[in-house]
Design a protein around this ligand. Structure first.
Ligand code: NAP
Length: 334
């Protein structure tokens, strides 16, 4: 896979990256996650499974990997795998995130009143998690992102946190944020404008943009124009734009997607990923596949050379952000 500059950041990344959210812990919200990662959910079995997918991703040429403190042992699995395979720093780029603490304690379901992960965008959490991330990914933390920054959390107004991020940036780590939900565009716009000591603070943004939620497009283009690297997550809408989606209400769109997939001799998931990659503002599109055959199927996106007609067919897929995120919030941990 070829390497491309990530925004104006002078690091070079592959167009497809691998996300560790489903690989680092037994519970996640993706459709059918329970069966995706195999029956044995012990730490050893899940690490073995993650290693298999990481080996495959590497062999297929993926050189960007996305993880987070809250992805169970996602950072550790990736760090151990890089160490075992003697992957040196210049060969790979790794992004992680701070701001959520994993609290599920290796369970797929948590008790009522408990949470799988607890959000806190405070200076204390940043200072604790940056040390934990460095320990899990020694010498490999290229990008550190605020995990799901929102306007309401106040993190983008929290001067001590922003100054600490600027300090980390001055030590050579790129700074980013990820965004989710109906207000992604507003958060991105705010983030682009933040300067500390006269320099723009954020080097990258990670957002959801897929055929069903295209609402962040204009803000992402502005981020890209300003020189930020743009990473897209949830490119197949957590499985809704894959054969795993058997919802009969989605059948009309699935048939249209299938027709485009047939035209290019790929699966519907590859069409969804390629539609993301066709956006001019996108640097990296994450695959969230936890099964080998799904990763291979996702990578077929690289073979699509778009003609204008199929892209037009897909252009009316978007739901309103409210509809999209209401459906997304109904996905249950499994
Ligand atoms: N706030 C944030 O910062 C944030 C939020 C969400 C995600 N992320 C990042 O983005 C990455 C990707 O997001 P995601 O995993 O949530 O969403 P996604 O990539 O849209 O969806 C992944 C799901 O699609 C399924 N899938 C893919 N290809 C398939 C195929 N051919 N057939 C059937 N199913 C298929 C996968 O199944 P299998 O698992 O069975 O392969 C998995 O369940 C994450 O790993 C994480 O790194 C970040």
């Amino acid at each position: 896979m070829d390497l491309y500059e990530f925004g104006d950041n002078e690091i070079y990344v592959t167009k497809i990256g691998l996300g560790m959210a489903a690989l680092g812990r037994p519970g996640y919200i993706n459709l059918g996650h329970d069966s995706d990662v195999g029956k044995d959910k012990s730490v050893a079995a899940m690490q073995q499974h993650a290693n298999k997918i990481l080996d495959l991703a590497w062999q297929k040429g993926i050189r960007y990997f996305d993880t987070a403190r809250s992805y169970g042992k996602g950072e550790q699995f990736l760090g151990d795998w890089m160490l075992a395979n003697k992957v040196s720093e210049p060969e790979i780029n790794v992004g992680s995130k701070w701001g959520y603490t994993y609290t599920a304690d290796w369970r797929t379901q948590v008790d009522e009143g408990e949470k799988h992960e607890v959000k806190e965008h405070s200076l204390d959490v940043l200072n604790r998690q940056i040390k934990e991330s460095h320990a899990a990914l020694p010498g490999h933390l290229d990008l550190y992102q605020i995990h799901s920054a929102t306007l309401e959390s106040g993190v983008l107004e929290n001067r001590p946190v922003l100054e600490q991020l600027a300090e980390l940036r001055s030590q050579g780590i790129l700074m980013g944020l990820s965004v989710s939900g109906v207000n992604q565009a507003a958060v991105i716009e705010k983030a682009i404008s933040i300067e500390i000591n006269g320099s723009r603070l954020f080097d990258s943004v990670q957002a959801t943009w897929n055929l069903l939620d295209q609402s962040a497009g204009t803000a992402l283009q502005a981020a890209s124009d300003a020189g930020l690297g743009v990473i897209i997550k949830e490119a197949v809408a957590n499985g809704r734009l894959t054969p795993a989606n058997k919802n009969h209400k989605f059948m009309g769109k699935m048939l249209k997607l299938q027709a485009v997939a047939d035209r290019y001799g790929v699966g519907v998931d590859a069409v969804a990923l390629a539609a993301v990659m066709a956006q001019p503002f996108v640097d990296i599109t994450l695959s969230g596949a936890a099964q080998a055959e799904h990763l291979v199927s996702n990578l077929a996106a690289l073979t699509i050379e778009w003609e204008s007609e199929p892209l037009t067919i897909l252009s009316d897929f978007a739901e309103t952000p409210e509809e999209y995120w209401a459906t997304r919030s109904q996905l249950s941990w499994n």
